[in-house]
Write a protein that binds this ligand. Structure first.
Ligand code: UTP
Length: 492
């Protein structure tokens, strides 16, 4: 193997990774050679040229419009609308969508899918992010919160909801053993399938050379949540879904404890139920997305746009300032014209994923992220960088939207469904997430007639956590009798 690997490396000018080979023990030598042997080395020069030594500039389509979306108020907003029928406006029917979604769930056609392969470097937590203590009162791990939602959904609809968990080689063992230690959080372990995504070599920012994490290992990073399309296929997860009769996957990220893990309304709308009005023609049921109205022009979220008739997400860093700030008096009720913020929640059909993953020409584009990547230097000494030294190349799942024949976007209330834990402190931290969890629980309880202590400024004067086993949505709390004292910590 040495000869072939050495030859391939020489061709792409990356032979430095073998520099320590003579000093390695046999097992380390084998490990390094087999790691390199499994890599797609041949595609590296092009990637280095396009994403490391130069920064790709996104050419925005000339006719970029705000994406059309199914709004919370039951209307259809945004750009690219087909002509309205005389005097009418387009609407959608939430209850019809819910009924269709519930029917699919009840018939075992829906599975949950969490992407949990990320490195969570901003959070700085040792271990997979899904193990992070996130419950506002209980400090329950994120995985436990999702497991409860899956269990509660199964109970409500009389079905076992399969759960697909994508890990990466960097956190797979830890994730699987965390589930084992916690007895799969009370779920049937045969309904949970773990599978690993691929990795990419991490590259030196100045030279494009592969970084080494030790003398016998190339530094790698998971290939992004977009790596899930290929990983779902290669791992046999798609085949497993087909065997079980699963048709739709409810996709979510591991860092949002408020996510509605399986949302019947979203699933129903995704398959075209409840859509009214000429010209919409329902949905292809291939890949759909949830959006929230942007908090302001500078909020750092991707934005759903319409380009050449297709829905796409434009990253906040690629969005021209004039478009981010543009106001639209008509389409979005007087708010920002481009107001559809992506919260990385999708429904994807198994058929769509299968079609993509088995197409030899299928490839999602790469995105470049500059990071501090621990590595060794040419002398073999460990380097802990204090500034960005490397480039990670990642694929993003939302780039698959462009491959849909048709795709819909549904608005949801950010206070109901979005409390991400990305950072150790400040914005999108565990602290802000716990405050949002409490705020949502307070609203649900008040809607159910429970008195929640509040401060004079209206903020909640207690800490609240409602398990999905108690209620998946506010309407399930009806009839609850509970007294909450100021400053109390209450788990329901
Ligand atoms: P983020 O973009 O927040 O990345 O991932 P991250 O790696 O978790 O965190 P940072 O940027 O290093 O701080 C969003 C979601 O996508 C998953 C993450 O686990 C999270 O659920 N993800 C990300 C993957 O599954 N694989 C990846 O390669 C990257």
């Amino acid at each position: 193997m040495l000869e072939s690997v050495a030859g391939r490396l020489a061709k792409i000018n990356q032979s430095h990774v073998l520099a320590f080979l003579p000093s390695l023990a046999a097992a380390q030598r084998d490990a390094l050679l087999s790691q390199l042997d499994g890599m797609d080395l041949e595609s590296l020069p092009e990637l280095v040229k396009s994403y490391v030594l130069s920064k790709p500039v996104l050419a925005l389509p000339a006719d970029l419009q705000p994406a059309r979306y199914f709004a919370l108020d039951g209307t259809v907003k945004g750009g690219g609308e087909p002509a309205r029928s005389a005097g009418g406006s387009h609407t959608w029917d939430r209850e019809a969508a819910r009924a269709a979604g519930e029917s699919l769930i009840r018939r075992g056609k829906v599975a949950a899918f969490v992407v949990a392969g990320g490195q969570g470097s901003r959070l700085g937590f040792e271990g997979p992010k899904g193990c992070y203590p996130a419950g506002a009162v209980t400090n329950k791990p994120l995985f436990a919160m999702f497991a409860e939602a899956i269990k509660a959904t199964g109970k409500k609809y009389g079905v076992s909801v399969p759960w697909y968990v994508m890990t990466s080689p960097l956190n797979h063992e830890q994730t699987v053993s965390f589930f084992r230690q916690h007895n799969s959080f009370g779920l049937d372990p045969t309904s949970i399938m773990f599978f690993q995504q691929g990795v990419m070599p991490s590259l030196d920012m100045a030279t494009g050379k592969m970084l080494m994490s030790s003398k016998h290992e190339v530094a790698t990073n998971p290939d992004g949540h977009g790596g899930s399309v290929r990983a779902l296929h290669v791992s046999g997860a798609l085949a497993d879904m087909q065997r079980r009769g699963v048709e739709q996957l409810s996709y979510f990220q591991v860092d949002n404890p408020l996510v509605r893990v399986i949302d019947p309304v979203f699933i129903g709308l995704h398959v075209g139920a409840g859509v009214k009005g000429e010209g919409y023609g329902g949905s292809s049921g291939e890949m759909s997305s949830k959006m929230v109205a942007k908090a302001g022009p500078d909020e750092k979220v991707g934005v759903f746009c319409l380009a050449n008739g297709k829905t796409e997400v434009i990253e906040y860093s690629d969005m021209p300032k004039d478009l981010s700030q543009k106001m639209d008096a008509q389409g979005n009720g007087g708010g920002l014209a481009f107001n559809a913020g992506s919260i990385a929640i999708h429904v994807m059909s198994v058929e769509f994923l299968q079609r993509l993953a088995t197409n030899p020409a299928f490839a999602l584009p790469c995105h470049r992220a500059e990071k501090k990547i621990p590595c060794i230097d040419a002398a073999g000494n460990a380097v802990t960088p204090t500034a960005n030294n490397g480039v990670k190349l990642e694929k993003f799942i939302f780039d698959a939207l462009a491959m849909c024949k048709q795709s819909i976007v549904m608005e949801t209330d950010r206070n109901e469904e979005f409390a991400p834990i990305k950072n150790a402190t400040g914005v999108d931290s565990v602290e802000s997430s716990k405050a949002l969890q409490t705020a949502r629980a307070a609203r649900w309880l008040e809607a159910a007639g429970v008195k929640v202590p509040r401060n004079v400024d209206g903020s909640v004067d207690c800490v609240l956590e409602i398990s999905a086993m108690t209620a998946l949505e506010a309407s399930e709390l009806g009839g609850l009798k509970v007294e909450i004292a100021p400053g109390a910590r209450v788990v329901l």
